[in-house]
Design a protein around this ligand. Structure first.
Ligand code: SAH
Length: 256
């Protein structure tokens, strides 16, 4: 399906549906979630901090993206970029990157880090939905990593990501599955036993089944062509890409 044919109505419907009882439209943002990341932001680039898992998975996801859509020269938006671990790596790989996030402190940290590293990229405080209103069809690649499980309405973010790509563009999502095994590994294991994440980082009911992500993509006019697992070995403290999407997974979705 070409861009012209992509159903715009559900996107707009999703976005305009979030109107509070008082009639004031409000954004698809959970303030408590943003606060969590604001508080930790100063440690974002410390590879031994709460953000260790993001540092560990970054080479995997960068490789996954670059193998499917060689980044050099592409226009990319990183939705929910946080302190910019992936945004910066993509910029250093030659992409023209915009990172967006609703957290003030993570964006500050991201900008400061780019000044130190010399990476050239832009960071903006906004939601994917807001960017989709001004920049629809403007990006070759949209990345939305470890973010969908922190928003009130993930389907709306998926729609906005789909709207942001050019015809033939790609969207990448990564998130955490919702089942007893992921509860054990991603919440009990990571937050309570191995303590690699602060308690309360993830709420079980907000985790996302691949079937749900497939459905939201379909509604948004994009199609998941690949979905693979990111597996953590706590003894080696390493992640690897492999089949099996019970816990962490990454997906590639394409236009149409
Ligand atoms: N994508 C980054 C950071 C993941 S942490 C990475 O994987 O390295 C999740 C980020 O999503 C946080 O920085 C948080 O502030 C951001 N976020 C949460 N809800 C958001 C929203 N509605 N719009 C934009 N960013 C959001």
């Amino acid at each position: 399906m070409g861009f012209e044919d992509r159903p715009a109505a559900p996107i707009l419907r999703n976005m305009s549906a979030r109107v509070q009882a008082d009639g004031i439209p409000h954004e698809n943002v959970d303030a408590a979630e943003i606060d969590k990341f604001e508080e930790l932001a100063s440690r974002w680039w410390d590879p031994e901090s709460e953000f260790k898992p993001l540092h560990l998975i970054n080479p995997l996801r960068l490789g996954f993206i670059n193998a499917r859509t060689p980044l050099h020269g592409l226009r990319v938006v990183d939705v929910g970029c946080g302190g910019g671990i992936l945004s910066e790596a993509m910029a250093l790989a030659g992409a023209s990157v915009t990172g967006i996030d609703m957290g003030e402190a993570p964006l500050k940290v991201a900008r400061a880090h780019a000044m130190e590293s010399g990476a050239e990229l832009e960071y903006r405080k906004m939601t994917a939905e807001a960017l989709a209103e001004s920049d629809a069809g403007a990006y070759d690649v949209v990345t939305c990593m470890e973010m969908l499980e922190h928003v009130p309405d993930p389907a709306s973010v998926v729609s906005a990501c789909a709207a942001l790509i050019k015809p033939g563009g790609s969207v990448y999502f990564s998130t955490i599955n919702r089942n007893p095994k992921s509860f054990l590994f991603a919440i009990l294991g990571a937050e309570y036993v191995f303590r690699i994440l602060p308690r309360g980082t993830h709420q079980y009911e907000k985790l996302i089944r691949p079937s749900e992500l497939y459905g939201w993509c379909e509604q948004a006019g994009i199609r998941i062509t690949e979905l693979t697992g990111m597996h953590y070995n706590p003894l080696l403290q390493q992640y690897r890409l492999a089949p099996g999407v019970d816990v962490n997974y990454i997906a590639h979705a394409v236009d149409g």
